[in-house]
Design a binder for this molecule. Structure first.
Ligand code: HAM
Length: 458
């Protein structure tokens, strides 16, 4: 939990800030020694119009797709009680929390959306008509070690289904994810979703490692999740660390790692009981994915367990096929989260799809569309005497639903026309002394390169 403070520790006076001194009054102004830094804090972004257009385009696609699957958008505060996020399984996300104490309340910027959704479901659990299908597009905060596509704030599109225990929910969610990938122009094959089931691993370990200590399963998954990053040897060391949360014997660790090598359901079946419910679920899920036409895009991979403690069943992660980037999206089933937070049990499954990694992939593939300014008409008055007439024209066009830029001050016509052309403006409305005297406005159609006149009073 101390990492979220790193960014203020350079300045000793920051010890007076709420994050550093629980219960203290909030600092109202920077301390005199604190230099004004006009860069956004490291790992965060400004969105200038170019970037904002891309963001809106991407989020529009998220919203459009979620709507097509019958999901409704919800939102929650960006600041939550820190305790909503603090879990004890050793997850990175907990150590990356941006958190602070303000007026004796320990608060945190949300690092992810799922706990907030759980809180919202629990608050109205009795009145909910399950299953519910919710989606969100929110900014999340994690004090991360930065790599390509990994930032300290990122936006996430989440789709979650609450109240549906069958893998039909997983299949529907994966189909929604591929609908967006297709719409982004990432032709089949450029992104793969690796999928596994934590329940399968849990079942297999129930008679051995987990027989006496079922509670070590979540920390065990958190450690296994590091396999790609730190390798088998380091993972074994963590699993066997007597002071760690898992504490396996060397033989147990070896058998766990052997299970993770399975790359097909038939290979996985060798470790599973003949009547394994988790394996039956996976077979059913793949049959459904076949019906959606995406089964071949979703390879089974027993090493995928995800780094968040709350997952209980199917888990999946989307990667670019070349494997050059971090995960594009990740999700899974988390049937016990509501209970863990004090609610009644309710099954749930969902995914989070970030904006940053997909942005890098679209850049690499040259797939960002050209997005111009969205102005349809420009209205130009040659002098201040024609301004009232220009205002009347702009007002009329705006009332008719057109997107209109009114040239301000003493803007030069040449520049206004040049900018309009670049922005793909359809028409420029010109009013000079002569037009005003005759009660008309000159309309220049930039695409057709034609001009005509219309009455000023329309
Ligand atoms: P997550 O795997 O932590 O899952 O994040 C989901 C996606 O968000 C990642 O695959 C990645 O694209 C993006 N992401 C996460 N952290 C960063 C970061 N620091 N910088 C850039 N992008 C990032 C969750 O958050 C779960 N709550 C998802 C979920 C929803 N599971 C069930 N429902």
């Amino acid at each position: 939990m101390s990492q979220g403070r790193k960014h203020i520790e350079k300045n000793p006076s920051a010890e007076q800030t709420p994050g550093a001194a629980p219960g203290s009054a909030p600092a109202s102004a920077p301390a005199p020694s604190e230099e004004l830094d006009l860069q956004p804090p490291r790992g965060t972004r400004d969105f200038y119009p170019d970037e904002m257009r891309r963001r809106n385009w991407l989020f529009g696609l998220f919203r459009e797709t979620a709507g097509r699957f019958g999901f409704e958008e919800v939102d929650a505060p960006m600041v939550e009680h820190a305790s909503l996020f603090t879990r004890k399984a050793g997850e990175e996300i907990v150590h990356q929390l941006y958190h602070f104490v303000l007026h004796d309340r320990h608060l945190a910027l949300r690092p992810e959306m799922t706990p907030s959704l759980a809180r919202m479901v629990i608050a109205r659990q009795g009145a909910m008509r399950f299953p519910i299908r919710w989606f969100t597009v929110t900014q999340n905060w994690r004090y991360e070690r930065m790599t390509r596509g990994r930032r300290r704030e990122h936006y996430q599109w989440n789709m979650d289904i609450w109240g549906e225990p069958s893998v039909e929910a997983e299949a529907e969610l994966l189909s929604a994810m591929f609908t967006v990938l297709d719409a982004l122009g990432l032709a089949r094959g450029k992104v793969k979703v690796r999928l596994n089931s934590r329940a399968l691993l849990e079942e297999s370990l129930r008679t051995g490692v987990l027989a006496k200590r079922p509670e070590v399963f979540a920390p065990l998954c958190v450690v296994i999740d590091k396999l790609d990053k730190i390798g088998a040897e380091a993972v074994t060391e963590l699993l066997c660390d007597p002071a760690g949360a898992v504490g396996l014997s060397a033989g147990e660790a070896e058998s766990v790692l052997a299970m993770l090598a399975a790359r097909s359901l038939d290979e996985a079946a060798r470790f599973a009981a003949p009547d394994s419910a988790a394996l039956a679920d996976l077979r059913r899920l793949y049959a459904l994915l076949e019906a959606y036409g995406i089964a071949d895009q979703v390879p089974f991979d027993a090493s995928v367990v995800r780094g968040l403690a709350y997952y209980t069943g199917v888990v999946f992660e989307a990667f670019d096929a070349a494997g050059s980037l971090r995960a594009i999206a990740g999700g899974g089933r988390y049937d016990r989260l509501a209970e863990t937070l004090g609610g009644k049990p309710v099954p749930a499954v969902g995914f989070g799809f970030g904006d940053a990694v997909i942005g890098e992939l679209l850049e690499d593939e040259g797939l960002w569309p050209a997005l111009a300014r969205d102005v349809q008409d420009v209205v130009y008055a040659f002098s201040s005497a024609e301004k009232p007439a220009a205002i009347a024209v702009a007002t009329r066009l705006r009332a008719a639903g057109r997107r209109v830029e009114l040239a301000l001050g003493t803007a030069k016509l040449k520049r206004v026309l040049g900018d309009a052309d670049k922005a793909g403006v359809e028409r420029v409305w010109l009013i000079g002394e002569d037009e005003r005297a005759r009660g008309v406005v000159k309309v220049r159609d930039l695409a057709k390169k034609m001009e005509h006149e219309e009455p000023l009073k329309g």
